[in-house]
Design a protein around this ligand. Sequence first.
Ligand SMILES: Cc1cc2nc3c(=O)[nH]c(=O)nc-3n(C[C@H](O)[C@H](O)[C@H](O)COP(=O)(O)OP(=O)(O)OC[C@H]3O[C@@H](n4cnc5c(N)ncnc54)[C@H](O)[C@@H]3O)c2cc1C
Length: 420
Amino acid sequence: MQDHHVVVVGGGFGGVQLVNDLKGAPVRVTMIDKRNHHLFQPLLYQVATTLLSTSEIAWPIRSFFRDRPEVTTLLAEVVGVDGEAREVLLKDGQKIGYDTLVLATGATHAYFGHDEWEPVAPGLKTLEDATTIRRRILLAFERAEMETDPAVREALLTFVIVGAGPTGVELAGIISELARTTLPKEFRNIDTRKAKIILVEAGPRVLAAFAEDLSDYARKELEKLGVELRFGEPVTSCTAEGVTIGDAFVPCRTIVWAAGVEASPAAKWLGIPADRAGRAIVDKNLRAPGTGDVFVIGDTASVLREDGSPVPGIAPAAKQQGAYVAKAIKAKLAGRPVPGPFHYRHQGSLATIGKSAAIIDFGWIKLKGWIAWWVWGLAHIYFLIGVRWRIAVAWSWLWIYLSRQHSARLITQRESMREE
Ligand SMILES: Cc1cc2nc3c(=O)[nH]c(=O)nc-3n(C[C@H](O)[C@H](O)[C@H](O)COP(=O)(O)OP(=O)(O)OC[C@H]3O[C@@H](n4cnc5c(N)ncnc54)[C@H](O)[C@@H]3O)c2cc1C
């Protein structure tokens, strides 16, 4: 057993990459996560919209390290850090000592000061969120089939998605396809094709992070899928009866929140400055200022690129930061100089619209349409963990593509048909 103890909090993209890259280093590692699974968040919307099942996009964290006796995995929630004592504080009162600490605790959605909207407008971050959204979508169709009041039926068949970033666009596209191609033949009292899918964006266009021509293409594809787009006005209230967009009230029973990001409270635990989204501001070596041995990486860190723009909160950035910190720890233990400042390499931006269109911006080339969709699909399959799951997801997609059937349509958790 090695003496130097590295504690990694968060088994997401950044944390897992870091522990993988520490293989062979003279360290003992403790990986702490409040969930027992690593989640492939980029495909979470496919669980929420009945394309994939939960086990196709999440894997037990401890299973990754079964052949690494120096790695201990703990299922526990971190609630603070005692920098003086060099200890991580757990929710149950236990403390874990560290020599080097890496906080990779990610981010979640933010309601811009309206946390009271969360129960009626769940965001998409965890498997529980995805199954809750899936259940609400499926129950809305079931209730509409039983409903005799036309106004209530219309509200049940109205789905509002707030935020037209990649997640909002992906959700809107697939819900529309579900209503228009998968469900129509299965219902007798309602025409599911008449379901309204409304995508609300306070800004002037969808997928604002992409170039205007790609964003314009995505808008046209959404319109072809029957998605109604509302730009330029923010959502001002969300209730169980509906959503208010600007001043207009839209009766609906299903709202999904896909806007806003808030980092985990790592900056508060360390008592260091944070940016507006709560991300801990770290130095060029990803260290928390004033601490020699505490690193913050991934979505919970605020890191600037050489040109002053922020490193984006996406999976490749978290993985690159995990790899960088592993290198820094190894160098320090070997008595070598620490690597130069962290350098982020942007590999491209991707988003899908429905089951056969996507946009991709690699910087040197832009793609759209079905070619982009195939590249998007292959990239995501490549990044899934393990051959078995790559084959499983590829097979699920092929089946959906050919049959137009969504296979993961089980209503679980609360089965009640009554309004919640
Ligand atoms: C719906 C959705 C779609 C996305 N799509 C894409 C995409 O298409 N492409 C892309 O590149 N990126 C995408 N992202 C972003 C990408 O998933 C994140 O950038 C990436 O997950 C960040 O990695 P991370 O390691 O910083 O955090 P995460 O992967 O979020 O991992 C954080 C881990 O920390 C754990 N944790 C949090 N708090 C605590 C605590 N207090 N104690 C113990 N454990 C804790 C969590 O359980 C989690 O396992 C998407 C994100 C979402 C939510």
